[in-house]
Design a protein around this ligand. Sequence first.
Ligand SMILES: Cc1ncc(COP(=O)(O)O)c(C=O)c1O
Length: 298
Amino acid sequence: MQSQVKASVMEAIGETPVVRLGRIFPAASVVAKLEYMNPGGSIKDRMVRHMLRGMPSGTAHVVESSSGNTGAALAMASAVMGLRCDVTVPDTTSSEKVKRIAAYGAAIHLCPPDDYHAAAERLVSENEAHYLDQYCTPLNREAHYRDTGPELWRQLAGEVDVFVCGVGSGGTISGIGRYLKEQNAGVRVIGVEPPHSAYRKLVTDRPAEGVFKSAIEGVGKRQASRSFDPAVVDDVVQVRDEDALDWCRRLAQKEGILAGGSSGCVVAGIAQLLPKLHGLRVATVFPDSGVYYLSKYF
Ligand SMILES: Cc1ncc(COP(=O)(O)O)c(C=O)c1O
């Protein structure tokens, strides 16, 4: 018998389950990878682990701007590694996500939604800290290309025709999408975002008329992030907040999957696409848990 004890929670990241959504989509083949089962509670654990492996040696202080999950993943890793950690978050972030970051011992800076990236940059320059910068670094999508993508492909035994994924920084869809397409060039990759977000116009000829504003945390951006790779994505669909939340509640009540609003958003996107998905095997990821939004969505 071999010991299965992990040296720290960082080694417990990954190998999350893939589950069929047979109750809400009985006539289709749709599966979801439950990334909220990572120890830090979201898909961002993998990205942060990869980014910290690449940080300059001697780093003692890290900073990140985050809609919450990256902050929690970084705060968790900083606790394990003995790093000082500052996280800037939009002041619209759910209180559970803010408290979660603080509970790991990180310093939280609540900022106006337009200022949380700039606030992180100010902290970095004032403190000579290391900025992870998920919206710019190639390490974001590389984490999913090297880790999440191969894991998903193996768990699906290659049985996937369409990968549908919510888009925030764009790291998840770009990294997993690229890996899946390299295994099978026929795999289609479709992004999902709220209305008026910046990504649809990058891959289709439909403009982003109107001002982007959404209550769904984690997906959609006013300005596209450099972590998004348009070359990997075949289409992007947009989903209204009401529909995202409706599907989020159905996920909990019909599948027993208590996932966050961005998971509801991607499921609403799949429901919208369903007539075009007949006979195709669809896979997606659920980035985080509904537990972080109990006071906001449920
Ligand atoms: C809850 C949630 N869903 C989806 C995403 C989108 O993932 P990505 O940034 O890789 O596009 C994020 C990113 O912060 C998130 O926090």
